[in-house]
Design a protein around this ligand. Sequence first.
Ligand code: ATP
Ligand code: MG
Length: 399
Amino acid sequence: MQDPFVHAKQILKTLEQNGHKAYIVGGAVRDQFLDREIGDIDITTSAIPNEVQSLFEKVIPVGIEHGTVVVRYKNESYEVTTFRVEGNYTDFRHPDHVTFVDRIEDDLARRDFTINAMAMDINNHIIDPFDGQVDINSKVIRTVGNPDDRFQEDPLRMLRALRFSSQLGFSIETTTQASLMKNIHWVEQLATERVGIEIQKLFAGDFFQSVVSVLFLTKVSRYLPVLKENDHLFDVIKHIKEPLLDISEIIAVFHIAKPEIPIETWVSQWKLSNKTKGDIKNLVGASQQYRESKLTNWLVYTLPEHLIDGFVRIIDVHMAVKLDSSKIMIVKQSLPIQKRQDLAINGQELVQLFPDRKKGPWINQYFFQLEKDVVDGKVQNQKIELSEWIMKWNRPGSI
Ligand code: ATP
Ligand code: MG
């Protein structure tokens, strides 16, 4: 098998040839031990950002003040961060200051969990001062150092502990978990965007079901936007059997469980994008349609392709019905039209059918009805058929 780190090692080599120390670090080292697919490869080095910048052709200075630059190499990005220790996280976002250091061990000591605090050199030699390999073998998540200190320093680490537990199927080591329960309230202080990213990863973890009991034990929902004001709403997660892969699915599940809370409230309190808001609305709309009339052609037509899998998961959570995504996809592809523009009649042609009428909202209503009738197979998508069909709708208020 090819070494997944061949390209990254070229970067290590360049750094070393110029007198610096350099290692692959964090998630990539952990995932290699776990035989998991390796995501981003992070590199840590004794070189300061200016030195890194001078050594590589394509460098993006993403966070120089924190010691991080991105090196582009063979179409991949590598975060290259200078060995550093961190000050406090007064704003709950970034450390107030970072100090560059010479020793890899000091850099590893600022990392969150023992399994994330290992480094590997160019010869595959592992530096593991906190026994991360032991914890990988016994499948536990344990903070580097005193958990109370580490969680208070950056409360996001508590959510990270939960999400690694969900992603890896690891349990949280007893002292770490006791501390997590004691300090969980600090989560409320965190920037919502940081929380959202971890929550999304938490729900998407392969072992989500096995962390559900810990989520209730730690009472984390009391410190999350919207959920904190709605006592039993979090109970709905007990019905999640398969991981939810996107924040839109998670919010749709909660909204359907308590429709009194408007989608807008979720979107603003979780600081979600307009795209996510659109996805939530589509998922909720499709779920309502399914509840009322099962899988109609109209539901399949109005459900965007990228949301089919999410819709299937939501129906499973709320109705304990397992739909088949690929069948929905086949139905979708075999519909007479995929979008309004596929109708065999255009706006100008429609208006010409009613020369006496002024343009207005009726045009949109007519198109909507046409889409529906074509999708439902009531009329063929041919210009003549559609024109005759429309003429039958005699008066404007009749549809
Ligand atoms: P993933 O597979 O999700 O990317 P990862 O372990 O690589 O997991 P990242 O968020 O990419 O996680 O962070 C890279 C490394 O930086 C971590 O492995 C850890 O060593 C360190 N790290 C990240 N966030 C924190 C934090 N809040 N506190 C301390 N160390 C952190
Ligand atoms: Mg990573």
